[in-house]
Every structure is written in structure tokens, then in C-alpha cells.
Design a binder for this molecule. Structure first.
Ligand SMILES: *Cc1c(COP(=O)(O)O)cnc(C)c1O
Length: 342
């Protein structure tokens, strides 16, 4: 099977497994796991942030960030398709007692101008706007990346209005590789950043939340409250350390494969269009009378797994489990999926 449903389907490579087996570990709730401590300090240094916290999932690290930055009754601004709003089980309401103001961005990206216009006035009738969440790359935006200049403008608006800025950087490494930007530019632009290691980085689990030392101290307490304080987590953190050394530059290969697959999709009669492909995600709109579920089934019969993501779209996500040969087979299968006699 060629599994393109998500980049969460990656399996640890032999090298990663070996690194995990050899990891020095300790009780991380006591702060004594050397592998977790090393991963946290390396990530903080890489992103030019003071401190970091290893978390079991990206959902938890986003939710911890939002909880640390808000008070119940506050309002959080994000794009309407944001993972923190759409895919975290109502977590902002559940964990933080805050409400969300969604904006209609461009492929998941919002602008500084939209943010300014969404800030509530200081009026007892209105919720206190306290936090802006960005997502880079944007999952529902088809892996789109922010222009860093727009992020700078958004940060300026946040500073002018006393708002905090969180980045859901589940696939931030994909954005950095695609745009050839240094990770160190990103830390100073945000009050917190969450990065997933369980996606294109190829780790079985794990995310890292970064911010100031004071923020991470608060975040560590919230992680414990949520039940996310793990003991010998170093076996997993070692996978993250391995990924930092071996799985960042190779993301470019995933991006190339994604473009190759999108090109094939656009040559078929059952695909109307794709969202612009800038990283490892391809979202294709299926042309009526074909239906996403039908195309997904036909591809599955040819050993290719894809995901219907709306009533008109299917999604394919490329990752380190997809070899150049598998990408070529996928492109060929897509081209020949429906014969001219149908
Ligand atoms: C996958 C993902 C997350 C976190 O997912 P977990 O499965 O909880 O690690 C957060 N944000 C975005 C945009 C994602 O794609």
C-alpha cells in the first residue's frame, strides 16, 4: 500500500529505532530525562526561543499554549479552517473557556489587516481579545506557507494592541524548507510556537512547545494538569533528536513528489483543480459526476490510500515513507485511473 492519507502514517526508520533504543533516559517529570532535556534545549536554540517543552501531541501543545495565554471569557482570533478551531475537539472552549473569532483567510492564512479589524473594543459587552493563532503550513489550506513579512505585520498589530501571538507550526519545518528560511527568524516573531515531530519529521509521537522561560514554566504546570507529564519519555525524544539531524532537508523531496502527484491529477478528467502545492500536501477538487469517495475507492483498489476531506475534495500527503518509485507509481496510476471509455 502507498499511504497518502496523512504524514502521520510514517513509521520510524531503522536509524531512528536504533537511536531510540540507545537513548539515555530518566524521569522527565523530575526533569531528569537527558534525551528530553536535550531535545528541548536544541529546539529552543534552533528557533531562537528561551525554552521548550516536550509534549505527547501537537493538539496538547497548542492547547497548553492557548491556556497559558488566555483567561476564561477571552476571544482567540484564527482562520476559519485552523486546526486549533476545527480539529481539536472544541478544546479552546473546553480547556481555556475562551471563544473563537474565525476569519476568512486565503488558503488558511490571515492578514494583519483582518486581525486589526477583528479586535474587540474595550467595552464591557465584548469579550477581551487576547490571542491570535496562526498556522504554518496551513493544513486545510493545502500546505500553504505564510509570507514572513505578513507575520511581521501581524506581530506589530499584536504588540500595538496588547495581544499574544501563537504559531501552530505542526508542519513548520516544511514551510522553512520550502521558503528556504532560517528557523531562528521565527522564535522572535511569536510568544509561543508548537512544532509536530509526528508528521513529516517521521517520529512515532511528540511535539515541542517553545516560548519564554516564564511561559514554559507555566506550560509545564498545565501539561501536568492535562495528564501530559511523561516519565522515561526520552525514548521518544530521541526519535525527535534523530529527526532534527536526518529528516529536515529531505522534506524537499516530499515537496517535489507532491508537485509530481498534483501535475498528474491535473491531467485527468476527474480532477477539476488542485489547491496550489507549496509543500507536501495536495488537495484536489473532484469534477462532478465523480465523487471524492468514489475516486478514493478506485485508488484504493490500486493500492493507493487517499483521504476524502470534503464533499468535493480528496487529500494526499507525501512523507518519508514515500520513495521516488512510489511517487512515480502514484502519478501513473492517477493518470490511468479512468479509461477513455468510461
Ligand atoms: C496534526 C496537526 C496538529 C496536531 O496533531 P496531533 O495529532 O495532536 O499531534 C496541529 N495542527 C495542525 C495544523 C496539524 O496538522
Amino acid at each position: 500500500m502507498i499511504d497518502l492519507r496523512s504524514d502521520t502514517f510514517t513509521l520510524p526508520t531503522p536509524g531512528m529505532l536504533e537511536a531510540m533504543m540507545k537513548a539515555p533516559v530518566g524521569d522527565d517529570v523530575f526533569g531528569e530525562d537527558p534525551s528530553v532535556n536535550l531535545l528541548e534545549s536544541r529546539m529552543a536554540a534552533l528557533f531562537n526561543m528561551e525554552a521548550a517543552l516536550y509534549c505527547p501531541t501537537g493538539t496538547m501543545s497548542n492547547q497548553i499554549g492557548i491556556k497559558a495565554h488566555t483567561q476564561p471569557g477571552d476571544e482567540v482570533i484564527c482562520d476559519q479552517s485552523a486546526h486549533v478551531y476545527v480539529y481539536e475537539g472544541g478544546g479552546i472552549a473546553f480547556n481555556s473557556g475562551s471563544q473563537v473569532r474565525t476569519l476568512e483567510g486565503n488558503l488558511g492564512r490571515i492578514t494583519a489587516e483582518q486581525v486589526v479589524n477583528a479586535i474587540n473594543p474595550d467595552d464591557v459587552h465584548r469579550a477581551r481579545t487576547s490571542l491570535v493563532c496562526l498556522e504554518n503550513t496551513s493544513n486545510r489550506g493545502g500546505g500553504s506557507c505564510y509570507d514572513i513579512e505578513e507575520i511581521r505585520r501581524i506581530r506589530k498589530v499584536c504588540d500595538e494592541h496588547g495581544l499574544l501571538l501563537h504559531l501552530d507550526g505542526a508542519r513548520l519545518f516544511n514551510a522553512l524548507v520550502a521558503r528556504k528560511e532560517a528557523a531562528a527568524l521565527y522564535g522572535p516573531l511569536f510568544h509561543s510556537i508548537s512544532v509536530c515531530l509526528n508528521k513529516g519529521m517521521g517520529c512515532p509521537i511528540g511535539s515541542v512547545l517553545m516560548g519564554s522561560a516564564a511561559f514554559i514554566k507555566k506550560a509545564r504546570r498545565i501539561r501536568k494538569v492535562l495528564g501530559g507529564g511523561m516519565r522515561q519519555a526520552g525514548y521518544m525524544a530521541a526519535a525527535g533528536l534523530y529527526a532534527l539531524d536526518h529528516h529536515i532537508e529531505r522534506l524537499e523531496e516530499d515537496h517535489r513528489h507532491a508537485r509530481q502527484i498534483a501535475e498528474a491529477l491535473l491531467q485527468t478528467e476527474y480532477v477539476e483543480s488542485t489547491l496550489p502545492v507549496s509543500t507536501n500536501i495536495v488537495i484536489a477538487s473532484i469534477r462532478a459526476p465523480w465523487k471524492p469517495a468514489q475516486i478514493t475507492e478506485m485508488l484504493k483498489a490500486k493500492q493507493i490510500l487517499t483521504l476524502p476531506v470534503s464533499s468535493t475534495q480528496i487529500r494526499m500527503v507525501v512523507h518519508l515513507g514515500i520513495t521516488p518509485e512510489m511517487a512515480a507509481i502514484t502519478a501513473n496510476t492517477i493518470r490511468n485511473l479512468i479509461g477513455k471509455d468510461v
